[in-house]
Design a protein around this ligand. Structure first.
Ligand code: PRX
Length: 651
């Protein structure tokens, strides 16, 4: 959708008040209360973060809240805290000891629960396992696992001893895993032997073995045997999770850490071909995610909360692993595909566990919409009161349907906005307080100063598109790019000095709601998975058959957008279905199956500028409209478009 039609849509969006019932019980109960608190939180953001810090447990708490400013800042420098203590022990040693922390369901129907007390024991045991294998404070541990209680145990254990975890989505290929492991310099890798995905067994350990053929820093691999499946183990390097756990002591005191020590590392796609390691401070991440989870999801003790995010992406860390557990919530964790073995699987789990808060991806909501009321009506779904999502636009059609059909017209729908780099969601509703607008990303969170600016950094008027920026630091903002401080400075802070540049464009409407329009760089969003088109192009070019490649996105009803590639072939190759399949597979091998292009067009020429840069905007227009209506003056060869259209039609 072009900006003009988006602006019309925004102008026309109506405000929908949350129900009185919800208003009465939420942490912030009116728009006025939000506005007053928000203004105060900007006037004195230190006082706001101090009030959040008061709700957590510290080993030592100094007086300084913020030191420094954007590009080089610290929250609570010198203050000592431990994330795992706050997520686990704080509850296990108190009233929530026997409360369910994690209720897990495997794709095949296996189920397990862990109370806070049980979680504490398991975390302490695995922390001892890590120590016994030589992992120390500051070492990186890569984790290649699906959603399992054991994944939570491993990650919390890493945080407990002050090491740094790096989760890699267990859908990444061996190449992509190797690249991440090597860039991070991981000392250890923890994986599951296999996972279920749509009934198929995915041999994760096999992928790990392939990845580690050239990963010299990894000394040990710990394998959790999730499925009875042949799993080769390398003598001396590989250890069995259960065996190590059976011998480990369940006492392991958490290590007091400076709130700014790195806690986690997660790779994400940027404009260049190489993914970058986003570094988050452990204490800062805890502080912020606790506040987002509490206020934006309104988490409380009586909730049964289901977040479908995969642990390979940061959403799960923000709202479950760290933020959710820090709030002491009961969370449902699910291993597999939401529509397997039947399209009603998600609904079935909602009824079974009486879930009242559901966090999922817009793609999942669109998938459910496709199955329509007919499927939804087969289930009760009468406990749901809040739906939240992040990662990609939640289109008004899906929003309306979720509200009406799943939320029975009374639920709150919270379309939050955040990034791996922001480590949380600076934009969202506060359920119960802020009126909803289908499609908007809500309002700024306390202590966060967001703006929409022009290229010179000046605020633009309401209803005018511009760059979305954050004008001051906050505890979960990316602290560095692993091993590449220059890239940190140039990617996020060079466009508009003194501000964090999000890479998104946005509009602020006349009611102060923010609308995120999309990326202003070469990053695309497929089902909420963030993929760099440059990374896909680099993968294609590595193949002998490819001379040039350009990847663009095309709108898709369910996935939001899907990647489409344009390729010029080396002379000895002829365009064919087999070559198309081979090149799609190349991307799957280099990145993972979630990046598989929907289509590859073989072309003889590419539209280029006089300096030889491919003009992807024109390819996008060709795919979306079948021609190029816009300006063609930048083209090196004006006939190239007709040649291109000719070769695409000839396919
Ligand atoms: O373009 C924005 C889009 O997703 C990007 C961030 O992706 P990722 O780092 O994978 O973040 C995961 C969330 C912690 C953003 O730059 N995005 C995120 N939320 C929304 C969105 N686009 C539109 N609407 C949203 N609600």
């Amino acid at each position: 959708m072009e900006n003009d039609s988006k602006i019309n849509m925004i102008e026309e969006a109506g405000l929908l008040e949350p129900s009185q019932e919800y208003r009465e019980k939420s942490y912030v109960s009116s728009e006025n209360e939000y506005r007053t608190k928000y203004a105060m939180s900007l006037q004195d953001s230190n006082a706001f973060w101090n009030s959040v810090a008061d709700e957590l447990d510290w080993f030592k708490r100094g007086d300084t809240v913020l030191e420094g400013e954007i590009t080089d800042f610290k929250y609570f420098p010198g203050s000592l805290i431990n994330v795992s203590y706050n997520c686990v022990d704080r509850h296990a040693n108190g009233k929530r000891a026997n409360k369910v922390a994690i209720a897990w369901e495997g794709e095949n129907g296996d189920a397990k629960i862990l109370t806070y007390k049980q979680l504490q024991r398991e975390v302490a045991k695995f922390a001892n396992v890590l120590l016994s294998l030589g992992v120390q404070k500051g070492d990186v541990v890569s984790v290649y696992m699906q959603n399992l209680p054991e994944t939570f145990v491993v990650l919390q254990a890493v945080l407990r001893i002050g090491a740094i975890y790096n989760t890699v989505f267990a859908g990444f290929s061996p190449e992509a895993l190797r690249e991440r492991v090597n860039n991070s310099g991981a000392k250890m890798l923890v994986c599951a032997n296999a996972s279920f995905r749509r009934g198929k067994v995915l041999p994760l350990k096999g992928i790990v073995d392939e990845a580690l053929t050239q990963a010299p820093t990894v000394e040990h691999v710990v394998v959790y045997h999730r499925i009875d499946h042949e799993t080769p183990m390398q003598e001396g390097r590989d250890f069995d999770y259960a065996e190590l756990m059976s011998k480990a002591s369940d006492v392991c005191p958490p290590v007091p850490l400076d709130a700014n020590d790195p806690g986690l590392l997660i790779y994400t796609s940027g404009t260049s071909g190489k993914p970058k390691g986003i570094v988050h401070a452990g204490g800062g991440f805890l502080l912020g995610t606790y506040a987002y989870s509490k206020y934006q999801l309104d988490l409380r003790d009586e909730d049964f909360y289901f977040n479908t995010a995969d642990i390979g992406w940061l959403t799960s860390h923000i709202f479950v692993l760290v933020g959710g557990l820090a709030c002491g919530v009961t969370t449902l964790l699910y291993e597999g595909a939401l529509d397997h073995p039947h399209p009603g699987r998600l609904y079935e789990m909602i009824d079974k566990y009486q879930v009242n808060k559901l966090f999922s991806a817009p793609t999942a909501f669109r998938m459910l919409l496709k199955h329509g009321d007919e499927l939804a009506q087969k289930y009760q779904l009468n406990t749901l009161e809040l739906f939240a999502s992040v990662g990609e636009p939640l289109n008004p059609e899906a929003w309306d349907w979720v509200q009406r059909s799943l939320g029975k017209g009374r639920a709150v729908i919270n379309n939050t906005w955040g990034q791996t780099e922001t480590g949380g969601t600076p934009l969202a509703l506060l359920p119960g307080a802020i009126s909803m607008k289908p499609g908007s990303c809500g309002v700024p969170f306390f202590g966060h100063e967001l703006a929409v600016v022009d290229a010179g950094g000046q605020d633009v008027e309401p209803m005018t598109p511009g760059f979305l920026v954050l004008k001051r630091p906050f505890p979960t903002l990316v602290r560095d790019v692993w091993n590449d401080h220059e890239r940190y400075l140039s990617t996020y802070f060079s466009q508009i000095p003194g501000m964090y540049f999000t890479g998104d464009s946005a509009i602020i409407d006349r009611d102060g709601h923010f609308w995120v329009l999309g990326r202003v760089d070469d990053v695309i969003n497929v089902s909420g998975h963030r993929i760099s088109t440059m990374e896909m192009e680099s993968a294609l070019i590595k193949h002998d058959a490819v001379v040039e490649a350009a990847v663009i996105e095309q709108p898709d009803e369910i996935k939001g957008t899907v990647p489409i590639a344009f390729v010029t072939l080396e002379k000895s190759y002829k365009a064919s279905d087999e070559v198309e399949e081979m090149l799609k597979q190349k991307i799957v091998d280099e990145i993972g199956s979630f990046a598989r292009p929907q289509r590859i067009h073989f072309v003889d020429v590419m539209p280029k500028t006089r300096s030889g840069k491919i003009i992807r905007r024109m390819l996008r227009e060709i795919v979306q409209t079948g021609g190029v209506m816009g300006d063609r003056t930048g083209l090196e060869d004006s006939e190239v478009i007709d040649k291109l259209l000719g070769s695409i039609r000839g396919e």
